[in-house]
Design a protein around this ligand. Structure first.
Ligand code: SF4
Ligand code: SF4
Length: 153
């Protein structure tokens, strides 16, 4: 019942049919939270993962990395837990072999206080993960949610 109930909860933000109304009324009759519901309620904790796309990091970066895109990939992996989308974005970016690997000091100061170098070093490791492992690990959830995601920079 959990998955079906979660789909009703998140899929119907407005009613256009009586079936949709009925589905939401069923949720009201059984307000027990599923695991997906609990994760949604934890979303405010994830605010620190959202790059605002201001671009202030771009000029100072010594390797001219597409940092807003890298932060978006980081968000896909850590907020949406969608590692395939995160990896696909990374592979599109044409990154150097060792992003952030050659800088002794990082002059980038993120407007949101992200430790950009640490996040970049963390996320680029996903490039090396075989795609087949996503299915073994069950890491493919949420692809639809980010498929239409807007580029941050
Ligand atoms: S450590 Fe990374 S983010 Fe900082 S300047 Fe170097 S390449 Fe750019
Ligand atoms: S400075 Fe920070 S918030 Fe702004 S685009 Fe760069 S990573 Fe994102």
């Amino acid at each position: 019942m959990g998955a079906a109930r979660s789909e009703r909860t998140h899929g119907n933000s407005g009613f256009t049919t009586l079936d949709q109304l009925q589905a939401d009324l069923e949720v009201l009759r059984d307000p027990t939270l599923t695991d997906d519901d609990k994760r949604s309620l934890e979303a405010p904790k994830l605010v620190g993962l959202f790059c605002q796309g201001c671009g202030e990091c771009l000029d100072p970066c010594l390797q001219r990395l597409p940092i807003p895109d890298l932060m978006r990939s980081f968000m896909y992996a850590h907020a949406y837990r969608n590692r395939p989308a995160a990896q696909a974005l990374l592979l599109e970016l044409g990154l150097p072999d060792s992003p952030c690997g050659d800088c002794d000091e990082c002059p980038v100061r993120c407007a949101k206080g992200f430790d950009v170098r640490q996040r970049v070093r963390d996320i680029v490791r996903l490039r090396e993960v075989p795609r087949s492992s996503w299915y073994e690990q069950g890491s493919c959830g949420g692809a639809g949610r980010v498929a239409g995601g807007r580029r941050a920079g």
